[in-house]
Design a protein around this ligand. Structure first.
Ligand SMILES: Nc1nc2c(ncn2[C@@H]2O[C@H](COP(=O)(O)OP(=O)(O)OP(=O)(O)O)[C@@H](O)[C@H]2O)c(=O)[nH]1
Length: 349
């Protein structure tokens, strides 16, 4: 019981999804005496569910997060896990299976309403006792409640998108990934960006701002204004990939982090979203447009500089007709904007 309490205190002491994952699999591993425990992410891509491990603990080793060579890959199709697929389809609390080697696998989806984005997977050479299932079930309930709380603090209450607080963490993670790539190639700072060609994959940041939104509020009232923001949030979520991240920055401004794509693709994907908004019929309000500024993310630039560059491109779009997408680097190389220097002083603006 002491051990259970210790794990509960540890799990509920975190304010971060990664640490919570590590903590929950450590607890389950020890209390179930399992051979291996994993946290799986369940992602829906165009109606198909995919399974991707995000944390793992193997008996005798510490828990660790799973690294993925291709962050844009959603994982394996759920059809490779037939027992889990049936469990999700029937909205059940657990599924189990014994494989040819006699290993028992137990899956416990974490249901939040009618969606399960996370699942625990426990593998054991022997069947689970009812006491083990009972204890693990209790941990899963605490995990679910705590995930719910973390989600609540990370999301904007109007649109359900990630909020500004979460943006700082996510951008830092993307910059770290970019730095790791540079370090792996043993290149001096900035060299990776210099060597890149237009068709190479990079990370991107786009700032999206609704055009003449004040006019929407003034003419139709705040409730219709709010509805426009919710519908634009839905268009953002459906226009970008599950691996990209969409944030509401406040007011009528949104930020998108696009993972690993070429310049041509980034331009195409971002313009497709702009066009999706332009062609959407907003109830009562009719037509609404957005302006967008975007920039590639460089590991050696401060977040404030990256945001400042995307903002400059956005303001260029606003002052040149709106309903436009502008690429910061293109504006600079075309002599239409001045380069923002990434020196230490600039960070303080
Ligand atoms: N309904 C609603 N309005 C909001 C919210 N947050 C900010 N606003 C309004 O958004 C409007 C933003 O107006 P401006 O900054 O002048 O920008 P704009 O009218 O979109 O003009 P441009 O950006 O130049 O195209 C203001 O009227 C704010 O009151 C919100 O959560 N809901």
């Amino acid at each position: 019981m002491d051990s259970l309490l210790k794990h509960m205190v540890d799990m509920t002491g975190h304010r971060d999804h990664t640490m919570l994952d590590v903590s929950v699999i450590s607890a389950v591993q020890e209390l179930a005496g399992a051979r291996q425990t994993r946290v799986l992410t369940l992602t829906s891509v165009r109606g198909q569910l995919f399974v991707r491990p995000r944390a793992i603990i193997v008996c005798g080793s510490p828990a660790r997060m799973e690294d993925h060579a291709d962050p844009s890959c959603a994982g394996d199709p759920i059809s490779l896990f037939p027992a889990l697929a049936a469990c999700i389809a029937r909205h059940e609390q657990s599924a189990d299976q014994v494989d040819a080697d006699g290993n028992h696998t137990l899956w416990l989806p974490i249901w939040l309403g009618d969606k399960a984005n996370t699942c625990l997977e426990i593998v054991n050479p022997t069947p689970y006792t009812s006491e083990t299932i009972h204890v693990v079930g209790g941990i899963v309930s605490v995990y679910r409640n705590f995930q719910n709380l973390l989600d609540y603090s990370e999301r904007d209450s109007l649109t359900g998108l990630l909020n500004r607080k979460t943006f700082d963490d996510q951008l830092a993670k993307m910059l770290q990934a970019s730095t790791a790539e540079q370090d792996a190639l043993a290149l001096p700072p900035g060299e990776l960006e210099r060597r890149r060609h237009n068709d190479e994959e990079r990370q991107w940041l786009a700032v999206v701002d609704v055009d003449h939104f004040k006019h929407v509020n003034d003419k139709f009232g705040h409730l219709y204004g709010d509805e426009v923001l919710i519908l634009i949030a839905n268009l953002l979520t459906s226009s970008f990939r599950a691996q990209d991240r969409v944030f509401r920055f406040g007011g009528e401004e949104f930020v998108v982090l696009l993972r690993s794509t070429s310049q041509a693709n980034a331009a195409r994907i971002i313009d497709r979203f702009r066009s999706n908004v332009e062609t959407h019929e907003f109830p009562q309000v009719g037509k609404v447009t957005v302006s967008i500024g975007y920039v590639s993310i460089s590991a050696y630039q401060a977040p404030v500089i990256i945001l400042g560059q995307a903002d400059q491109a956005l303001y260029y779009a606003k002052s040149h007709g709106r309903n436009k997408v502008c690429h910061y680097d293109e504006l600079v190389s075309g002599g239409l904007l001045q380069l923002i220097e990434s020196n230490d002083e600039a960070e303080f603006f």
